[in-house]
Write a protein that binds this ligand. Structure first.
Ligand code: GN1
Ligand code: MG
Length: 402
C-alpha cells in the first residue's frame, strides 16, 4: 500500500468512533501492531474527564465472510470468558478481548467502500514481542495458546465458521506457488529462481502433510491457527516489572489476540507456528539467513508451556507430530511469502520492495534447520510427554520410522 493510501485509511479510522458509540474524534490515533493483513489503529477517546483506548480494525478482504468471522470471535471470546470466570480469574477485561458492537447492534460496520470495520477495547498495560526476549516469555506464550486450546475443546456445537477455506493446506499452497511461477505476473521470477528451487525441495514436507491429513487420524478441533508470538499480550504493569528476574511469573502472558482464523483445524499448526516465531532469536524477516537458528532451549520453553497446558485434551498422534507441525508451518509460510512476492505483493503488507522475498528466505532457512534438528527436538517432546503421562511409553517418538 502506498503512503497516501495508508494515510487515507488512518483518516477513515479517525472518523469511525461514532459508529461504535464513541464520541469522536479521538484525541490520539495511530497505526498499531505488526499484522500483515488487517489495518489496525489504536484510538484514544476522551471520556468523562478521563481517557479510554480502543482498537479499530479494518478487516482484510481475504476474509470472504466478515460476519461469519465476527460470529466466531464473539462465540470464542464469550466461551473463554465464561471458563475464566468459572476458574475465578479476575481482571477479565485484560484477560480476554471485548468486542464493541456498533450503535446499530452489529459486530462490524460496513463502510462506503464495502470494507468491514470492528472495534475492540484496548487491553491496557500490555506489551507484545516481535522476537522473544528469552525462554520465559516463550513458555508463557505457549501456556497462553495451550490454555486457549484446552478451553476451546468443549466449545458447544455447531462448529466454528471457516474464515479462510483450506487455510493450512500445504499441497494447495505449493500449487499456488507453482501457478505463480508459471504466470510470473510481476516479472520477478528471474530474481527468485534459487528460492523457488529451495521451496520445491521442501516437497517431502508437503507430501508428509498430505499423508497425515488424509489418514484422518488427527482430530479436527477449534484452534487459533495464527499463533505468532506477537499475538500474545504480556503484562506491562509495574507489579510485573518488579517480579524477580527468572521467576516463572515474569514476563506474564495475559491475553491471546488475533482471533480471525480461530476455526476447526489441527493443534500441531498452533504449536508449530509458535515454534516458527520463537525458536530463533531473529525476526521473521531476518535478512541474514545464517543468523536464523533452532535453539533447543527455546523449543523446550515453547513445549513446556504449550504441552503443560493442553496435554489433557491431546491425542498421541498430535504429540507425535508437534515437531513436524513446526516444519510444516515454516514451510507453508515460506511458500506463501514467495508466492506473494512473485504475484507482486498482493496479500501480505510489505515495508519495502522485495520484503516478501526476504521473509521467504528467512523462513526457508528456518524450515531447513528445523528439519535438520528433527531428531533432537523429537527426543525433547518424547521425554516431556512421558513425564506428563505416567506410564506412557517414553520412546513414543524416538526411533519412529520416517
Ligand atoms: C498473517 O496478519 P498476521 O500478521 O497476524 C497471516 C498468517 C501468517 C502471518 C505471517 C490471515 O498473519 O497466516 O502466518 O501473516 N494471516 C492470514 O507472519 O493470512
Ligand atoms: Mg492474523
Amino acid at each position: 500500500m502506498r503512503e497516501s493510501e495508508r494515510d487515507g485509511v488512518l483518516c477513515l479510522a479517525s472518523k469511525i468512533g461514532p459508529v461504535f458509540g464513541l464520541e469522536g474524534p479521538p484525541v490520539e490515533i495511530s497505526r498499531y501492531g505488526n499484522g500483515h493483513v488487517n489495518d489496525t489503529f489504536l484510538a484514544v477517546y476522551a471520556s468523562g474527564g478521563g481517557r479510554e483506548a480502543f482498537v479499530h480494525q479494518r478487516l482484510a478482504t481475504v476474509f470472504a465472510d466478515p460476519h461469519g468471522l465476527m460470529e466466531n470471535v464473539v462465540r470464542v471470546t464469550e466461551h473463554l470468558r465464561s471458563h475464566m470466570e468459572a476458574l475465578g480469574i479476575d481482571d477479565l477485561d485484560r484477560r480476554c478481548l471485548s468486542v464493541v458492537p456498533t450503535v446499530r447492534g452489529s459486530w462490524c460496520h460496513v463502510d462506503e467502500e464495502g470494507r468491514h470495520w470492528r472495534t475492540y477495547r484496548f487491553v491496557e498495560r500490555s506489551v507484545t514481542y516481535e522476537e522473544a526476549p528469552g525462554p520465559e516469555a516463550i513458555c508463557e506464550a505457549g501456556r497462553a495458546f495451550g490454555e486457549m486450546l484446552l478451553m476451546l475443546a468443549d466449545l458447544p456445537a455447531p462448529s466454528l465458521n471457516a474464515t479462510i477455506e483450506r487455510f493450512h493446506d500445504l499441497p494447495r499452497r505449493l500449487d499456488q506457488l507453482r501457478q505463480g511461477v508459471e504466470a510470473d505476473h510481476a516479472s520477478r521470477l528471474a530474481g527468485a529462481e534459487r528460492e523457488v528451487g529451495e521451496a520445491m525441495a521442501l516437497q517431502p514436507v508437503v507430501r508428509r502433510w498430505e499423508r497425515l491429513v488424509a489418514s484422518g487420524d488427527m482430530p479436527l478441533r477449534p484452534v487459533h491457527n495464527d499463533t505468532k508470538l506477537n499475538n500474545v499480550l504480556f503484562d506491562a504493569t509495574e507489579e510485573a516489572d518488579s517480579w524477580p528476574a527468572g521467576s516463572v511469573g515474569r514476563p506474564r502472558a495475559i491475553c491471546v489476540v488475533d482471533l480471525d482464523t480461530v476455526m476447526p483445524g489441527w493443534s500441531i499448526c498452533d504449536f508449530g507456528d509458535l515454534v516458527r516465531t520463537s525458536v530463533s532469536d531473529t525476526r521473521e524477516d531476518e535478512a541474514d539467513t545464517a543468523a536464523v537458528k533452532v535453539d533447543p532451549e527455546r523449543f523446550e520453553a515453547a513445549l513446556s508451556g504449550w504441552l503443560g497446558a493442553s496435554s489433557p485434551v491431546l491425542h498421541d498422534i498430535e504429540v507425535e507430530n508437534l515437531v513436524f507441525g513446526a516444519e510444516a508451518m515454516a514451510t507453508e509460510v515460506a511458500i506463501r511469502f514467495l508466492a506473494d512476492h512473485l504475484a507482486g505483493d498482493t496479500y501480505f503488507r510489505v515495508d519495502y520492495p522485495g520484503h516478501n522475498l526476504v521473509r521467504a528466505r528467512a523462513q526457508l532457512a528456518l524450515a531447513a534447520r528445523l528439519i535438520e534438528a528433527e531428531g533432537q527436538l523429537e527426543e525433547l517432546v518424547a521425554k516431556r510427554w512421558a513425564t506428563r503421562r505416567p506410564g506412557a511409553r517414553g520412546a513414543l517418538m524416538v526411533g519412529r520410522k520416517p
